[in-house]
Design a protein around this ligand. Structure first.
Ligand code: SF4
Length: 352
């Protein structure tokens, strides 16, 4: 498609998908800014894979904004139905996203999307962490990622979509662009996503959790926990050296869960590292009152070349889940989708 790669002269212009209707007005939109926004953000109204803007608006917009989406450069289908996609940004850097189709228990399509190229936080079990940070994604690039996936694999409409920020990067390290993208995606004249269908997963960046808790629309929060003592957590997740387990738990108390909301916890099970009965007991104690308002996903380690950690045996995974259930936790053992194409949790790695 001619519009899916940026021309060099467009670099430096804001992405057309990063602009709110009032900003289109400020830039001198010659037609209705709301209608222009609607046509840009609703891919089900597009023609030939591009927004149906009409010649006058398109000509004007091309002068003030960049109308290119991230380009889809690789696509790997997994036997479990999910698809891992690599997208190239305007500067040639690559990010990855995973498309997970509808399931019986989840009638919506789920996208796992990236917020950064690489990640600065260096969790030792994570392939993305081994890349280091290259740069943040702009709001228009985050949104462009979603629109590019919708065009490639569906769903056709925003109300059929669930988003999880569990791809490359620590989303709260890029909070300004992340939240602008969320506001754009929740705009009723755009994709119209409900805030309850967007989950932001953090490694425990407490300063970001505190800021996000005060923003509207406020998405759901997931926390990647993965250890039950400060010593072990600091070993695998360096962020814990700054904000330890007590501080993290305090930030969750201060989040102020609303009626019906829950936290989602992810716990990557690493053989011989965090999978003992004592770990299960400490984890349940750390949750404390949150035992009534949480979902806890146990994710057996997806082995990859950038980490020496191994997946526990199936017996140990099931035993660990039973120990937690005995303590009143709501546990699901999550088989990461896309494992055979390295698209599972902690496996996304790309870059130039
Ligand atoms: S687990 Fe998340 S925060 Fe940690 S290095 Fe990987 S992408 Fe970054």
């Amino acid at each position: 498609m001619p519009w899916d790669r940026p021309a060099p002269e467009r670099e430096g212009l804001p992405s057309a998908w990063s602009l709110f209707p009032e900003e289109l007005t400020t830039l001198g939109c010659p037609g209705s800014p709301l209608e222009t926004f609607r046509r840009l953000h609703r891919p089900w109204t597009w023609k030939g894979g591009a927004p149906d803007l009409g010649p006058r608006i398109r000509h004007w917009l091309e002068g003030v904004a960049d109308l290119h989406l991230p380009a889809m450069v690789e696509r790997q289908a997994s036997a479990d139905g999910s698809t891992k996609l690599a997208l190239e940004l305007s500067d040639g850097k690559r990010i990855e996203a995973v498309h997970m189709p509808r399931r019986v228990r989840n009638p919506r399509v789920t996208f796992c999307i990236s917020s950064q190229v690489g990640c600065a936080l260096g969790c030792t079990f994570c392939a993305t962490g081994s890349m280091g940070i290259q740069r943040n994604l702009q709001a228009g690039e985050i949104l462009g990622q979603v629109l590019a996936l919708m065009l490639e694999l569906g769903p056709e409409r925003g109300h059929e979509l669930t988003l999880v920020f569990m791809g490359m990067g620590e989303p709260l390290h890029n909070l300004d662009h992340l939240h602008r993208a969320i506001r754009l995606m929740c705009h009723p004249m755009g994709l119209g996503l409900g805030k309850g269908r967007i989950t932001v997963s953090t490694s425990g960046l407490v300063s970001g959790i505190e800021k996000l808790s005060r923003l509207e629309p406020r998405p759901l929060l997931a926390l990647s926990l993965n250890a039950t003592t400060d010593e072990a957590r600091s070993r695998t997740m360096p962020v814990n050296r700054v904000w330890n387990l007590v501080r993290l738990r305090q930030a969750l108390d201060e989040w102020g869960l609303k009626r019906g909301e829950k936290f989602c916890f992810e716990y990557v099970l690493l053989a011989g590292e965090n999978d003992t009965e004592a770990d299960a007991e400490r984890l349940a104690n750390w949750l404390g009152e949150l035992r009534r308002a949480h979902n806890l996903n146990l994710i057996p380690m997806n082995e990859h070349g950038a980490s020496a950690f191994q997946q526990p045996t199936e017996d140990r995974v099931q035993q660990f889940a039973r120990w937690l259930k005995d303590h009143g936790c709501f546990v699901t053992v999550r088989r990461s989708r896309g494992q055979d194409v390295q698209g599972a949790c902690g496996q996304l790695i790309k870059g130039k």
